[in-house]
Design a protein around this ligand. Structure first.
Ligand code: AMP
Ligand code: SF4
Length: 465
């Protein structure tokens, strides 16, 4: 089983100019959504070319590889996946020949029924080079009996359950799709010379593109020589954008559903301070994920905000292979305390979430070793009680610390003087989006797309092996 959280991007150029480099810039701005592989596919109107590899965007591409990607239509992808599936075969976009012509497909999200779909396709004699959901979707389109491409796409989407924000390219068009719940984000922008499709608005900014609108849940947007055309292929479901995009995943300078991610995080911190006040000398964020919430916490509590931990910005996920030696170094590789800022102080440490608790525990240990007098941990999201099946790599239920220990148990495990999580009510207020328009399943257990029992069992199996 693969869990992916990825970034997708696409450009439809109106002028006859190559756009691969602009897709490169877009992917660069989406790098936080995936660091294991990057790829771009372009169309010159007839032929689709592609280049993809494992690594960061600026490691995968150079001037020459970008020059070889010809055409004014292009899509790109950055991918993060869990260990074991980080192979070049799973890098995207996936390019496949179909009776409708060649297509390239880039996917963010996770299908909950990919096992069944793969089994069905294999029983029809299809073979797969990788293990990604995207390959399954591309193969379903390719083997459809429908007359035209759009019908084949809708047929495929109807069979796919789970999360998908897709950017698909044909020789002469780009197609943007969101699943019926809109679990993963996707938006459209425009420059003078192109339409842009992106997971997040921060990648529109890098190209100077104006935000046009979000792709709606259950919508297909087609961009071709006649402009932008939309069809709603599924109106049966309620929108359920992943709330973790606001809490942790999206870049703080992005805007989702008209809501600034930074502002939402600042608010999370404010509400957290209201719910769990504490007397302290300084509010310190866990960089960088905890920064906006820590600023909000400091503003509300009137406790000064201060840096107390410095992050080595050059720690990527890909630069070294995991080894026992690296694991033993733990969080020290990433974070180092500023001793003078910590010694003798009562500290509030703010982070966006606790998943397994292992990192948080090590951070608290660093603060103690640096001489902190008291350490109070504040978390700007509710306890993470349930696994995510829609593309955010959290953990199995057995690994989720909040699913296994009481708040007091977690406090003891982390070795902090006090611990406070944000409540679900405050999370809703802080994000401030229409009632029940977000997925919060990992926090409240209400899964918008039913999860097959087998998948849950598989998660348990993975834990035990
Ligand atoms: P831990 O204490 O080991 O549970 O790690 C908590 C840290 O993981 C926090 O700093 C979060 O920002 C970060 N985090 C939250 N969700 C994820 C995720 N899906 N993948 C990787 N890191 C995450
Ligand atoms: Fe996001 Fe949690 Fe829903 Fe997964 S379960 S999509 S992480 S809110």
């Amino acid at each position: 089983m693969i869990k992916e959280y990825c970034g997708v991007f696409g450009i439809y150029g109106i002028k006859d100019e190559p756009v691969a480099k602009n897709v490169y810039y877009g992917l660069f701005a989406l790098q936080h959504r995936g660091q294991e592989s990057a790829g771009i596919a372009t169309s010159d109107g007839n032929v689709i070319s592609q280049f993809k590899d494992l690594g960061l965007v600026n490691q995968v591409f150079n001037e020459r590889s970008l020059r070889n990607l010809k055409g004014r239509i292009a899509i790109g992808h950055v991918r993060y996946s869990t260990t074991g599936s980080s192979t070049i075969e799973n890098a995207q976009p996936i390019v496949i020949d179909t009776k409708y012509g060649a297509i390239a497909l880039a996917h963010n999200g996770n299908l909950v029924n990919s096992g069944d779909l793969r089994h069905e396709l294999k029983s029809r004699g299809l073979s797969f080079s990788g293990t990604s959901d995207s390959e399954i979707m591309a193969a379903m389109i390719a083997t459809s009996g429908k007359e035209n491409f759009e019908e084949a796409l809708v047929d495929t989407l109807k069979l796919c359950q789970g999360a998908y924000s897709l950017v698909i390219m044909k020789n002469d068009r780009i197609i943007a799709v969101r699943d019926p719940h809109g679990l993963r984000p996707l938006c459209i922008g425009k420059t003078e010379s192109s339409y842009v499709v992106s997971s997040e608005t921060c990648a529109l900014d890098i190209l100077g593109a104006n935000f046009v609108r979000d792709v709606s849940n259950g919508e297909i947007v087609i961009i071709d020589s006649s402009g932008l055309r939309s069809s709603t292929w599924d109106i049966s479901a309620k929108e359920a954008l992943c709330v973790f995009e606001f809490i942790y995943f999206a870049r703080p300078d992005s805007v989702l559903k008209g809501r600034s991610v930074y502002d939402a995080r600042f608010n999370l911190g404010k509400f957290l301070a209201k719910e769990h006040p504490v007397e302290a000398d300084v509010v310190i964020p866990v960089p960088e994920s905890g920064v906006p919430a820590a600023i909000g916490f400091a503003a509300e509590s009137k406790i000064p905000f201060g840096e107390g931990l410095i992050k080595n910005r050059y720690v990527g996920r890909t630069f070294i292979q995991p080894s026992q030696e690296i694991r033993d170094m733990g969080v020290k590789l990433k974070l180092n305390p500023i001793r003078d800022a910590v010694r003798g102080k009562k500290i509030v440490i703010v982070d966006d979430s606790i998943v397994r608790g292992t990192t948080s525990r090590q951070i608290v240990k660093l603060l103690h070793e640096a001489g902190a007098r008291e350490v109070h941990m504040r978390v700007s999201s509710p306890p993470n009680l349930n696994p995510c099946y829609y593309g955010i790599d959290t953990a199995t239920r057995a690994e989720l610390i909040a699913a296994n220990l009481s708040i007091e148990g977690i406090r003891k495990y982390l070795d902090v003087d006090s611990l406070g999580y944000l409540s679900v009510d405050s999370l809703k207020k802080a994000v401030d989006l229409p009632k029940d328009s977000m997925c919060m399943a990992c926090l409240d257990g209400k899964y918008p797309v039913k999860v097959p029992e087998r998948l849950e069992n598989l998660k348990l199996l993975f834990r035990e092996t």
